[in-house]
Write a protein that binds this ligand. Structure first.
Ligand code: T46
Length: 133
């Protein structure tokens, strides 16, 4: 699995920090949707799906969480805990998010509008989909 973590540009001075992300420059797609996940209980696990076509970047802009990324062969775990570091979650990547610290806000930049048919929520179906490509 190639390196999926990306450090975004940051401007810091004595008044604070500012991170900026430009579509098709800092992320390899046009951003069509932004959503964020918050108020997550520390013992909750989310995700449990892959996308057929959607490309996304996940960034913990506050707090921290862990993300398991599984391409059908290899599973990698990343800990997101820096507001200027994101993880790329492309198509055909089973992902689960867990171990959310209290107050965490997980920001997601997505290449497409919400589309339930783009989700594969069954793990066996995911493995079949990966093999068939
Ligand atoms: C993903 C991970 C990282 C909408 O109606 N519109 C939206 O744009 C989104 C993202 C979700 N929803 C609805 C669908 C469900 O009824 O909100 C509900 C919760 O979504 P879900 O259970 O899929 O949430 P997560 O945290 O498991 O997954 C989300 C994204 O859905 C998913 O695309 O990759 O975050």
């Amino acid at each position: 699995m190639e390196d999926l973590l990306k450090t975004f540009k940051q401007s810091t001075n004595n008044t604070g920090s500012l991170t900026f992300i430009e579509a098709q420059r800092d992320v390899p797609f046009e951003i069509k949707r932004v959503y964020y996940i918050y108020n997550v209980a520390g013992n909750a696990r989310r995700g449990f799906h892959a996308h057929r076509e959607l490309k996304q970047f996940l960034i913990c802009i506050s707090g921290s969480c862990s993300v398991d990324l599984n391409d059908g062969t290899t599973t990698r775990t990343v800990r997101l805990q820096d507001p200027n570091i994101g993880v790329y979650v492309g198509p055909k990547m089973w992902h689960e998010m867990y171990d959310f610290a209290e107050g965490t806000v997980l920001l997601v930049l997505a290449s497409g509008y919400y589309s339930e048919p783009d989700y594969i929520r069954n793990y066996e179906e995911f493995l079949q989909f990966v093999k068939s490509e």
